[in-house]
Design a protein around this ligand. Structure first.
Ligand SMILES: [Zn+2]
Ligand SMILES: [Zn+2]
Length: 148
């Protein structure tokens, strides 16, 4: 997503475009993202908001934030998804462990350039590049090898 955009404005515009109310609770969920680690679960978000917002609102708002492009799912292998903020951050890659679900970040460098170049050639406007590798992390490999 464009780094110059104000996330609150993006969310307000998104809610209005869907005929949804801009409520204090919805904005509180967006603001709570700043207090979370890079990769979080829905339950972490609720823990931050516990006293102010109902769990149903937290989960529904998280879904809306994802649709608005402000949050993205980064991990699909586990029973519960991990999310991250999709604004105010450099584009980066993920290495995702298929066993423990851990997520490691790395700078995308050339990979980002390849995607942007391809987009440019097709006349395509890209606002987000996500590079992900799936496999087994060193910790899980060590654990697996020690069992053999
Ligand atoms: Zn692992
Ligand atoms: Zn990330």
């Amino acid at each position: 997503m464009d780094r110059k955009l104000d996330p609150v404005q993006v969310f307000v515009d998104f809610l209005k475009s869907r005929g949804l109310n801009v409520t204090r609770s919805r904005l509180a969920v967006l603001q709570a993202l700043a207090d979370l680690p890079r990769h979080f679960e829905a339950a972490d978000l609720w823990a931050v908001l516990r006293s102010r917002v109902s769990p149903a609102t937290v989960y529904r708002t998280l879904d809306l934030l994802e649709k608005a492009g402000l949050v993205r799912k980064v991990e699909f292998g586990e029973a519960h998804a991990h999310y991250e903020r999709a604004f105010g951050r450099e584009d980066h890659g993920h290495l995702i462990c298929r066993i423990c679900g851990g997520v490691w970040e790395f700078p995308v460098g050339q990979a980002q350039h390849v995607v942007e170049q391809a987009a440019h050639e097709q006349g395509f406007f890209v606002d987000e590049v996500v590079v992900q590798g799936y496999g087994i992390c060193p910790r899980c490999r060590a654990r697996r090898d020690s069992r053999v």
